[in-house]
Design a protein around this ligand. Structure first.
Ligand code: CA
Length: 322
């Protein structure tokens, strides 16, 4: 995973950790919601709470975007990125390696197509790895990205500006490198989900929180398992901050994990994604559907909708209350 651990990254990581079908083999962090170092410490903190701190390597990646300006989102995710909670961690556990070396050494331990990449932050690290070695992404079964806003599922085009989604806004140059790479056959498959989808199909509000503590989770609890903490306390703590602050909010990064684990829950369209790198539309993502002149090299698939909100919902709940 490549993350800029704020609140929804944290929930996405927890969901992946609790999935019986996913094994996280490494996490790199990038400047985005918070600095790359703060994101790395947050990630270590989440792993510690989940009992995985010494099992999953965490590495601080790019602290500056390829595009010039540095942007963070403390006003959304809290000063340190995880609302008002501050998690204990051991910074000495941070891997002291370059992201490219880490990725290539890690991939060398696996068969081709056995590893996927889930990216929930700006794409700086991914772009840098691609620039270093364009062939490396062929080893990946797929890349699943939360980024952009395409106006397909809803008329939403941005959250940081009316025109741009945060991840792509932070580093449009890096995002364009990854998009160009995917549309010219550099990957086996790239799944992208934009804000227009994530905003429409999952809302955290009072009802969501009360359902987390309600019968669905309790019923399972009575089901005989000895583990009484079915919903990790950390999940409730993470969700409480934005709920109090905003009333309701969304969890875009959760969709990137979902596209890896349950791609059948989505509808996709193949096409090309372009990102504006200047002016008022800085970071704006444009989807050009491939209807004529199919480019066989293009492996970019943009999510256009979630097939069933109900099924998606129960998938998310099954991961959050186990
Ligand atoms: Ca993120």
């Amino acid at each position: 995973m490549d993350v800029d651990t704020g609140l929804d990254d944290a929930i996405a990581i927890i969901m992946a950790l609790r999935s019986p079908e996913i094994e996280i083999i490494g996490i790199t962090t990038v400047s985005g919601n918070v600095t790359a170092r703060a994101a790395a410490l947050n990630t270590l903190g989440i792993l510690r709470v989940m009992g995985k701190e010494s099992k999953i390597p965490v590495l601080r990646g790019a602290s500056r975007p390829l595009s010039k300006k540095i942007v963070h989102a403390e006003e959304v995710h809290g000063k340190k990125g995880l609302g008002n909670i501050s998690l204990q961690c051991n910074p000495a556990l941070l891997q002291k390696r370059d992201v490219y070396n880490f990725v290539s050494e890690t991939l060398a331990n696996y068969r081709k197509g056995e590893v996927a990449l889930v990216a929930t932050g700006p794409l700086t690290n991914i772009a840098r790895v691609i620039l270093e070695d364009p062939g490396i992404t062929h080893s990946l079964s797929r890349i699943c990205i939360m980024g952009g806003a395409f106006g397909l599922a809803s008329k939403i085009y941005g959250n940081i500006t009316p025109h741009a989604e945060f991840n792509f806004y932070c580093d449009p140059k890096a995002a364009q490198i990854v998009m160009t790479h995917a549309s010219s056959g550099g990957v086996r498959r790239l799944n992208i989900v934009g804000l227009d989808v994530t905003d429409k199909y999952l809302t955290v509000d009072d009802e969501f929180i009360s359902r987390l503590s309600n019968r669905q989770c309790k019923k399972r609890k009575k089901g005989g398992s000895k583990n009484s903490d079915k919903v990790p306390t950390i999940v409730k703590s993470l969700l409480r901050y934005p709920l109090t602050k905003f009333g309701k909010f969304d969890l875009p990064d959760v969709f990137a994990v979902a596209m890896l684990e349950r791609p059948e829950l989505f509808r996709f369209k193949r096409g090309k994604v372009d990102i504006i790198q200047s002016g008022i539309s800085w970071g704006h993502s444009r989807f050009v559907r491939e209807s004529h002149n199919i480019n066989e090299h293009n492996k970019t698939f943009v999510a256009t909708e979630v097939k069933s909100k109900k099924v998606f919902d129960s998938y998310v709940f099954s991961r959050l209350c186990k």
